[in-house]
Design a protein around this ligand. Structure first.
Ligand SMILES: Cc1ncc(COP(=O)(O)O)c(C=O)c1O
Length: 398
C-alpha cells in the first residue's frame, strides 16, 4: 500500500488519539535503520520511544523469537514457564529486588507497583496511608491510576475526578518534598530522569533525601524505570547509577526489545504483601515476551550492550556539548548513557526535528525547544558522528 492509502484508512477507522502523525510508514528495519514505504532510509535515534534497544532485525532476537513462535506464543499463568522463571532470575540476580512480576506495558507495571504499595499498608493495618507523592512534569502512564500519578495537568484534566490521591511536587525541591510528606503518605514515586517532559535528571542530593525520608517513615520508594531502565542510562537500571535501592521499581520499554512486556520488582518485605489472588494477568509473562526478555537481558549484560550504551552515550554527550559551544544555539545537554536531551535556546525544536528527518535522522521532539534522543543501545561512535554532522548543518541554517 502507498502512504496515502494507509493514511486514508487510518483517518477513517482509527480513534483520533495521535492527531496528524508524522507522514511516514515504515516497512522494515535493520540495525539502527528503518525503511519507509517510499524506500527512503532513516537512522533511528528514537527507537520507538526508547524501546528497540537491540535495533531492528537483530539476528539473535529474530532467530529466538521465530523459534518461540513456532513452539508456543501464549500459555496461562496457571502453568509454569521456563523463560518466565529464567527472566525473573536474571532481573533479580542483577538488581536489588527479591521478586518480580511481569505484565504487558509500562502503565500496567506502574499500576501493579501502586497496588503493591497499597496492599503493603493494608496488610500492616495502616489504613490511613493513602497518599502518593509524585513529581510535577512526571509521566507514569495512561491508565486512570497512572494518569493520576502523572504530574501534568494536560493528561489529567479530561478525567477528573481522579481515583487516587496523588500529590505532585516540584522536581528537586527538598523543602516541597518535606512539606508534602505526612503520616498519610504511602509512597513516593519518581523517575530518576524524567523522560517524556524533556529529559530532566533528579539531583543526587534530592534523591538521597527521598531515600532517607522513605527509610525513616516506612514510606515505600517506587522508582519508575520504564524509560530509564534496561541499560538505557548506562547501567541496567538508573537507580544503580544513583547508588540507591528502591523498595519497588518498574520496567517496560526496552525489556522485550520491541515485544510488549513490562514488570515490577520489589524487595521481599513489600513483595510479600501480594498473596495468591491479589494480582494477575492473562498475557503478562507469556512465553514469547519472556523469550524476548531473556535475549535482551543476556545481550545487555553478557554481550557488551550496556557497556556500549555507557561509552557511546558519554561520547555522544561530549559531542553534543562541543556542538553547544560551537553553534551557540544549544542551551543545555542533559541525561545519562543513551537517554539524552538537547534544549535549544530558541523555539526551533520542531523545525530542527523535521530538517533532521529530511536528512534521514529520527529524533523525539518535546514541546518547542527540546530534542529527546533515545537511540538503540547498539549505536556506534560513527553513527553519533553522522548525527552530529547532520545536526550541525541544520543548526547552521537555523
Ligand atoms: C517513565 C514512564 N513511565 C510509564 C510509561 C508508560 O508506559 P506504557 O506506554 O508502556 O504504558 C512511560 C511511557 O512513555 C514512561 O516513559
Amino acid at each position: 500500500m502507498t502512504l496515502e492509502e494507509i493514511k486514508s484508512l487510518d483517518k477513517k477507522y482509527y480513534m483520533n488519539t495521535f492527531g496528524d502523525r508524522t507522514p511516514i510508514c515504515f516497512t522494515e528495519g535493520k540495525g539502527i535503520e528503518l525503511t519507509a514505504t517510499d524506500g527512503k532510509v532513516y537512522k533511528d535515534f528514537f527507537a520507538g520511544i526508547a524501546v528497540n534497544c537491540l535495533g531492528y532485525g537483530h539476528e539473535r532476537l529474530t532467530r529466538e523469537l521465530c523459534d518461540q513462535v513456532s513452539k508456543l506464543i501464549h500459555i496461562s499463568n496457571i502453568y509454569y514457564g521456563e523463560s518466565q522463571a529464567k527472566l525473573a532470575q536474571s532481573i533479580i540476580e542483577n538488581s536489588c529486588a527479591d521478586r518480580v512480576f511481569f505484565c504487558n506495558s509500562g502503565a500496567e507495571a506502574n499500576e501493579g507497583a501502586i497496588k503493591l504499595a497499597k496492599k503493603y499498608f493494608t496488610m500492616k493495618g495502616e489504613n490511613k496511608r493513602i497518599e502518593f507523592i509524585t513529581l510535577k512534569s512526571s509521566f507514569h502512564g495512561r491508565t486512570l491510576a497512572t494518569v493520576a500519578a502523572t504530574g501534568q495537568e494536560k493528561y489529567q484534566k479530561p478525567y477528573k475526578p481522579l481515583l487516587e490521591k496523588f500529590i505532585h511536587i516540584d522536581i528537586n525541591d527538598i523543602d516541597a518534598l518535606k512539606n508534602a510528606v505526612s503520616d498519610k503518605t504511602a509512597a513516593i514515586m519518581v523517575e530518576l530522569i524524567q523522560g517524556e517532559s524533556g529529559v530532566h535528571p533528579l539531583d543526587r542530593e534530592y534523591v538521597d533525601t527521598i531515600v532517607d525520608i522513605c527509610k525513616k517513615n516506612d514510606i515505600v520508594l517506587i522508582v519508575d524505570e520504564i524509560q530509564t531502565g534496561i541499560g538505557r542510562c548506562g547501567e541496567l537500571f538508573a537507580h544503580q547509577l544513583y547508588g540507591i535501592e528502591p523498595d519497588i521499581f518498574t520496567m517496560a520499554k526496552g525489556l522485550g526489545g520491541g515485544v510488549p512486556v513490562g514488570g515490577f520488582a520489589a524487595k521481599q518485605k513489600f513483595a510479600d504483601a501480594f498473596v495468591p489472588g491479589d494480582h494477575g494477568t492473562t498475557f503478562g509473562g507469556n512465553p514469547l515476551a519472556m523469550r524476548a526478555g531473556c535475549v535482551v537481558l543476556d545481550e545487555l549484560l553478557n554481550n557488551g550492550v550496556i557497556e556500549n550504551a555507557k561509552t557511546v552515550g558519554k561520547y555522544f554527550e561530549d559531542k553534543l556539548n562541543s556542538l553547544a559551544d560551537s553553534s551557540g544555539k544549544i542551551a543545555e545537554v542533559r541525561g545519562a548513557g543513551l537517554m539524552l536531551g538537547v534544549e535549544f535556546k530558541e523555539e526551533i525544536a520542531k523545525e530542527m526535528g523535521s530538517k533532521m528527518r529530511d536528512k534521514g535522522y529520527l529524533v523525539g521532539v518535546i514541546g518547542t525547544k527540546i530534542f529527546r534522543i533515545v537511540p538503540p543501545l547498539i549505536i556506534t561512535k560513527d553513527d553519533v558522528d553522522g548525527f552530529i554532522d547532520a545536526l550541525n548543518s541544520v543548526l547552521e541554517q537555523a
